[in-house]
Design a protein around this ligand. Sequence first.
Ligand code: SAJ
Length: 423
Amino acid sequence: MTEVGNLVVVGQGYVGLPLAQEAVQAGIHTVGLDLNEAVVDGLNDGRSHVDDLTDSDVAQMLENSYSATSDPVAISQAQTIVICVPTPLSKDGTPDMAYVNGAIEMVANYVQPYSLVSLESTTYPGTTEDLLKPVLEEHGFKVGYDIFLAYSPERINPGDETYGFRNTPKVVGGATKECSRRASAFYAMIVDEVVPVSGTREAEMTKLIENTYRHVNIALMNELVQAARGLKVDLNESIRAAKTKPFGYQAFYPGPGVGGHCIPIDPNYLSYTIKTELGHPFRFVELAQEVNQSMPAYVVSRISDILNSLGKPINNSSILLLGVTYKSNIADQRESPAVPIARLLAGKGAQLSYHDPHVAKWTVLEGDDFERVPSLDEALQQSDLVVILQNHSIYVEFPWVDISTPVFDTRGVLTENPDVYQL
Ligand code: SAJ
């Protein structure tokens, strides 16, 4: 415990807060450091802003050894600092390292000698060595001697009932052997399995492999579903059949687009590095990004074809969108494809309404909020077309046989119903 000492977690979002919770449960005095005062105040009032933690989870943390603050001086009281800040894309699609740069500068200004600094934010290989290490050394530290530096990719899976923080193996790569030892000792207190790798680059690449694998395979299904339509093949049925193969295959499904904080973002960190460091494109990621980003327009073209076959233009047709989050059965809307789909339909004159059990008010255009339809049953009867964008359980279990309104299912959840339109 002395080596681990007190912990400061920089960033109290969907990654930092679960990590703080696990550390508190392990008996580690933990301070959640976040520059967003509203987040800090909410946490200190016992309120959670993260899907995977309830208010009572936060209250329990406060009763133990947790508090939140926006004052970086807390770093000077800790021996272990974990950085869990966002790594989004800039407008031009390149990595936006502003949060990481801000965090490491703040840590370097306050961190005590012999502390451990671990970065968890998803990023390109080389970030820890080439961006964090120089900042610490500019502040007089010698990495591996009087400061210890590591990278450990976050593997938080929002809404996952099976895998939580503690039972998901944690990959850890240190800048030096002693850094790796220190980091492994810390993480061993909060996860069941630590997976040490030889360096920070290997740890950074691990996360990019994991998510690029998904990104590319989802894009493969998104491109294939368009060809399958032309070949008169029910692709979702073939995927379900392929899934019976007990080895060498993992099912991915076509959809209306790829949302979330990981999959549409992370692989671009890989293609960015390859392009800038090596001077050539990383074609798999660029093609996958192109295919996945084209899905909203493909969905709208399918809507146009369906309404056309019913003798109705998109213009003035009432279209009910079901499910506006990025993933089923959670409230997170980040990068949800529902937004570009709604914008395209509104641009063509559609009368839009939406329902989502997790979203009471939906912002499609800046300052233009939609209210959720008050009654799903009524809205279903009053629409010209219903479009299922997210397979929330409520829609999978809904009695669709009683509905006369045409339904377009972009998630392949109603394939048993021949009258339902598919991607
Ligand atoms: N999607 C498809 N077809 C698929 C799978 C996903 O269209 O077959 C779409 C989803 O609708 C969503 C997006 O892609 O919009 C991302 O879905 P996701 O299942 O990958 O969910 P995420 O973004 O929450 O990914 C996380 C990742 N976890 C971490 O990065 C720590 C990922 O590594 C997990 O494997 C994934 O959850 C998971 O398994 O649910």
